[in-house]
Design a protein around this ligand. Structure first.
Ligand SMILES: [Zn+2]
Length: 610
């Protein structure tokens, strides 16, 4: 039994996510977690809300709530939606938890002990009216380059020029609009990422197949892209080009990897401490959200342990290689925009801590990621999903019109893996009606109803499997092995295609065997065909569960069995339900999407959610 640690990129707290966010990390992570559990492996699947930073403060102010209360409320909303989408986290945590506070302070202390933190004096804009320092993007003014009046302190949206807040003409606070601003000196802590450049470089190199390392460094990664189908973890622990080339670019382009500030002058966040000690000069400051957010991946496991009456050893065996996590395979799921961060900044935190401990003889060794699965973007109906414009389908709205499995199937079977993909209502309608209603739903309905009408609601007795049945068993054996290969390699679309082909094979068998005709001349033979068909429903339930868990549970319940054994031996799997075993005819599994519905929804989600 393998042990697999899975994390999904953690969603930011300020609002409900859209379907593009869902397919970018949480949903494919859930697919993989469910599959690995189904194969009998030990899985720890973690996700959380990312709650610190100025956007949370501003969203809370807009909602008229204290920020802690706002985050607690939004956490409840996000956790509830995740549950209704069938996201099977072992724990859904919060980056504002006490566990994460302590662990973040602990890591900062270790990094400082290792000489990897330096103090920097900076000039920053202070708003007297707001009583706080303003991050660059919360200062607005007129662009000195193009005259645009709503340019931000970090960049002009109109002409794209990079700016410093002091460049702006007539600067004002984006929070209050106040122009009573002044530049003050403030001190911040920086993580010396530049000092870890070589170490990070060597680590990234170890994830590139040796024969491609030179090509990649020479800027020619084409040859490697073509071999991405070799990147499945089991056969090959190397990472896809998309991932390593992004990391290499950040390590080597321009001046290379830069040191990065890990503190902010804000109220809302993890107070800056060195372990459990005060940090002189850092009073009243918090850690920068980028620093504490990924540490929540780890703290989330402690939250899980604490919430379930477990010990520290129970979560540390997933995260500490000196405490039993050596055989853990750690897989991260995320959108491509998150790759630089997960290949460089977070590993710098971990590597920095581990390295120091090697020197001091301490046993504290933390787990680094083994495999990163990253996604491109899902677009919406000829444009982009937009949270600010309310364009596209958001997770709560999706569940108001159709249950989770409709969405899970479409999103996973169209996952933006090798390139961006697009949601259109025509495509959604076609995919639901063909794959789910015609292929899977119709198969289940036909075979159960036919059996009920001719043999009653029990698996019929008599007849034997012949050539046609054995041919199906051979085909399914091949297809299921291919399905396993794709799932293991996290090739989401290929997995969906193979699963669909497995459903189609059953339909084609039923069409060719035609028990409704056979029954007239040879009822025994028809009984054997129907028996196989009913066993196929149980098989489909087991194989489809990672994609459509609710429907799989309904199929299993209709077949009146708790047997979810994976089909290692296809012939045995297709005899699991013996003659005489009772079943019931389930209600329609999937309703078709009508043209009227499609048009109504297209209109409804075109922009500005109400
Ligand atoms: Zn401008």
């Amino acid at each position: 039994m393998a042990r697999i640690l899975i994390t999904s990129a953690i969603p930011y707290i300020n609002g409900i996510k859209h379907l593009g966010n869902l397919i970018g990390s949480q949903l494919p992570a859930d697919l993989y977690a469910r599959y690995q559990r189904a194969r009998g492996n030990e899985v720890m699947f973690l996700c959380a809300t990312d709650e610190h930073g100025t956007p949370a403060e501003l969203a809370a102010a807009k909602a008229g709530k204290p920020v802690a209360e706002y985050c607690a409320d939004m956490y409840t909303v996000q956790a509830d939606i995740a549950k209704r989408f069938g996201l099977s986290f072992d724990h859904f945590g919060r980056s504002s938890s006490d566990q994460n506070k302590r662990l973040t302070q602990h890591f900062a202390g270790k990094l400082d002990d290792a000489g990897l933190i330096r103090e920097v004096s900076e000039k920053q804009v202070y708003s007297n009216a707001d009583g706080r320092f303003l991050p660059d993007r919360y200062i607005e003014g007129t662009c000195p380059n193009c005259g645009y009046e709503r340019a931000r302190g970090d960049q002009c949206e109109n002409c794209t020029k990079q700016l410093d807040p002091t460049d702006l003409i007539e600067p004002r606070s984006a929070i209050s609009g106040s122009t009573d601003l002044e530049v003050r000196e403030t001190k911040h802590l920086y993580l010396r990422q530049s000092a870890m450049k070589d170490q990070l470089d060597a680590w990234i190199d170890s994830k590139i197949p040796p024969r491609f390392r030179n090509e990649l460094l020479g800027g020619d990664s084409e040859g490697w892209t073509k071999t991405e189908d070799l990147s499945g973890f089991k056969e090959n622990p190397y990472w896809p080009t998309l991932t390593t080339s992004i990391a290499k670019k950040w390590l080597h382009d321009g001046d290379g990897l830069q040191d990065r500030g890990i503190t902010r002058d804000l109220d809302w966040g993890v107070p800056v401490k060195k372990g459990d000690q005060d940090w002189p000069g850092m009073e009243g400051k918090v850690f920068y959200v980028w620093f504490d957010a990924p540490i929540e991946y780890i703290a989330c496991a402690k939250e899980w342990a604490d919430a379930n009456g477990r010990t520290d050893a129970d979560w540390e065996r997933w995260w500490r290689t000196d405490k039993g996590a050596d055989d853990v395979r750690y897989v991260q799921f995320m959108g491509k925009d998150n790759v630089p961060f997960h290949t460089l900044s977070f590993p710098a935190t971990i590597l920095g801590t581990n390295t120091h401990n090697e020197v001091s003889g301490s046993s504290e060794q933390w787990k680094l990621v083994d495999y990163i699965k990253s996604f491109n973007y899902l677009n919406y109906d000829g444009g982009q999903f937009s949270t600010s414009q309310g364009r596209g389908v958001f997770m709560d709205q999706a569940l108001e019109i159709l249950s989770a499995d409709y969405w899970r199937w479409w999103l996973l079977s169209h996952a933006p893996e090798s390139s961006d993909s697009e949601f259109t209502w025509e495509n959604f309608q076609q995919s639901v009606n063909k794959d789910l209603a015609d292929v899977l739903g119709n198969f289940v309905s036909r075979i159960t109803k036919f059996c009920r009408s001719k043999f009653g609601e029990a698996v019929p007795e008599g007849g034997n499997y012949g050539d046609r049945e054995n041919a199906l068993i051979n085909e399914l054996t091949k297809r299921v092995r291919a399905y396993e290969g794709h799932m293991e390699a996290m090739e989401v679309r290929k997995s969906a295609q193979e699963l669909r082909a497995i459903w189609v094979a059953g339909n084609e068998y039923l069409q060719a065997a035609a028990p409704w005709s056979t029954f007239k001349e040879d009822p025994e033979q028809a009984a054997a065909q129907v028996r196989l068909g009913l066993n196929l429903i149980r098989l489909y339930s087991v194989l489809s569960a990672p994609f459509i868990p609710d429907t799989s549970a309904r199929m299993l319940s209709a077949m009146n069995t708790l047997d979810t054994a994976w089909p290692e031996d296809m012939a045995a799997a297709l005899s699991a339900l013996p003659a005489g075993h009772d079943f019931t005819v389930p209600d329609v599994l999937f309703a078709k999407v009508t043209d009227e519905q499609r048009e109504e929804w297209q209109e409804k989600f075109a922009g500005t959610r109400s």
